[in-house]
Design a protein around this ligand. Sequence first.
Ligand SMILES: Cc1cc2nc3c(=O)[nH]c(=O)nc-3n(C[C@H](O)[C@H](O)[C@H](O)COP(=O)(O)O)c2cc1C
Length: 337
Amino acid sequence: MEWKFSIAPMMDWTDRHCRAFHRVLSRRARLYTEMVTTGAVIFGPRERLLGFDPSEHPVAVQLGGSDPQELAKAARICADFGYDEVNLNVGCPSDRVQNGRFGACLMQEPELVGDCVAAMKAAVRLPVTVKCRIGVDDQDTEMALDRLTDAVVAAGCDALTVHARKAWLQGLSPKENRDIPPLDYPRVYRLKQARPDLPVAINGGIKTMGEVREHLRYVDGVMLGRAAYQDPEILLAVDPDLHGDAAPVADAFEAIEAYEPYMAARLAEGERLHSITRHMLGLFTGRPGARAYRRHLATEAIKPGAGLETLREAVAQVSRAEERLAYGQSSPVFADS
Ligand SMILES: Cc1cc2nc3c(=O)[nH]c(=O)nc-3n(C[C@H](O)[C@H](O)[C@H](O)COP(=O)(O)O)c2cc1C
């Protein structure tokens, strides 16, 4: 099942470096780009916006837009770039997105979303999917989600990922809209029950692999956002626990080693170390030395010319702390994380 486990699209977070890093922790997780608007895809610097490393497959691009013809054109461009799936954002509540009449406010215009999906399906051979909420504002979530689902399924949508809470379009920031409207997982389970043929993935507030497995009793897939980003080591369990494959690396130390060739290649192209390592700050969470690791990266990786040596120095803080722990000596770093 292609959507069994995925890492959510997250603006400013799931850029290509982040995705390549997550890929060293799981070969099977499906990765999503940050949302890219149709205007940016059609008129913007494409290679910078859409370029990705071949290691990232399977990787889906998430589009923001509501003009069927523009979405079709953008989908075609993304297909030419080699993406494995095109996903439409029907969940983002930011004001900027509402002004453009896309994102979560499209929950109120299911027929238009259907037209968008139909146009993209006609334009590409890839799976076309939708990520939505269970409703917005005072919508009845039974009706709103059913109507949206009916429209996109009729248009040929290949899978639906549902962030299991409403978006409130007035008065909440996007961040608050990820925490304050209450979660309603059973609503998503009911959707799956009612549409056994549609692949349905659930998203929102899921933090552990135990929770992932529990949700998989009711739906086809689980999408993790913040938990995967903030504590990427949990991704090590995805391949063995969910797919019966060996984990690609044994632990966070090996993950960094496996990621080094990618980092070296980007640094050689002129990328700054910090642009890459900023996505790795959550590594070693809960281990002695994690704070020293983070502090070293925060102060040193931003310096011009910082290279892999800087990262190795940061990692050495963790190893040394562990040795000290092994010998039973106390250290201030043990108080961290
Ligand atoms: C920093 C950040 C940026 C996000 N950007 C997007 C986005 O571009 N497109 C989207 O559909 N959702 C976006 N989201 C929402 C996530 O995809 C996800 O639906 C939400 O965080 C709930 O899942 P979680 O509780 O597992 O994090 C973003 C979330 C965060 C934290």
